[in-house]
Design a protein around this ligand. Sequence first.
Ligand SMILES: NC(=O)c1ccc[n+]([C@@H]2O[C@H](COP(=O)([O-])OP(=O)(O)OC[C@H]3O[C@@H](n4cnc5c(N)ncnc54)[C@H](O)[C@@H]3O)[C@@H](O)[C@H]2O)c1
Length: 264
Amino acid sequence: MAGRLAGKVVLLTGAGGGLGSAQARLMAEEGASVMMANLLEDKVIADGLPASGLWDNAQKTAEEIRQSGGKAEVIALDVADEQQWQEVVLATEKTFGKLDVLVNNAGIYYHAGLLEHTTEKFHEIVAVNQLGCLLGMKAAVPAMQRNGGGSIINFASIYGIAGAGTSTAYQSTKGAVRLMTKSASLEFVADNIRINSICPGMFDTNLFESSVPKEAWEPLVDMVPMKRFGKPKEIAYGTVFLASDESSFMTGADLVIDGGYTCP
Ligand SMILES: NC(=O)c1ccc[n+]([C@@H]2O[C@H](COP(=O)([O-])OP(=O)(O)OC[C@H]3O[C@@H](n4cnc5c(N)ncnc54)[C@H](O)[C@@H]3O)[C@@H](O)[C@H]2O)c1
């Protein structure tokens, strides 16, 4: 299939979610073979509603991609489990022959003030957002070294750049993802492996709907200079750019896609 990612093999986590499914679709449209990884069972997000139907959504999206002539498979992965990561990277190589791109997109959110934080919830969010990202890089790098290079895209957030006054735990993980990205990018630059982060602003996905109280939405939109939430495809365009050779001189960088939120 022709396109900006023709011939590339991508492993994408959190593929059943709002931003994940949009990225899977666009990357496949641009010619990539996409291994779509997601939690097998729906997970209850701390203090939020259950993240229901996201595994099923990954399956549905993969089917739609295949019906339009693209290549996509779905695989179960808990990003906090190191053993599963090894198996998923090997399965990607077995199915599609190699690994060119890893998108560490899976994430959970926890909307609460500092005084409501608990040790248990802190460990839970760190395990998915931060450790999950590190384990993904650790599992993917040897496969990319075997392949002569690659591109890793880690999902940070505007809340890894600016404070918000809520969800200090979430912000700590996203700040960490940005610096893990920069550190690892230096470590593997000689292996032709580029590692960048994407920092989304606010996007109306399951993560947002299930965790941010409705009464907080209007004031949040008002804080965005463009006066709207982003559309998942606007993230997917950024992912395609970082995954493709168009970004060949970029590593250790943050791609901020936020409607101007972090400008003031
Ligand atoms: N939506 C936003 O406004 C926003 C803003 C900034 C950053 N982000 C980041 O973008 C990424 C995608 O978020 P989204 O908005 O699409 O959320 P979402 O809830 O729609 O999707 C998240 C996906 O991650 C999966 N997931 C959760 N825990 C997992 C685990 N342990 N292992 C594997 N998969 C797991 C979920 O099943 C789901 O498919 C996240 O890293 C999030 O922090 C989102």
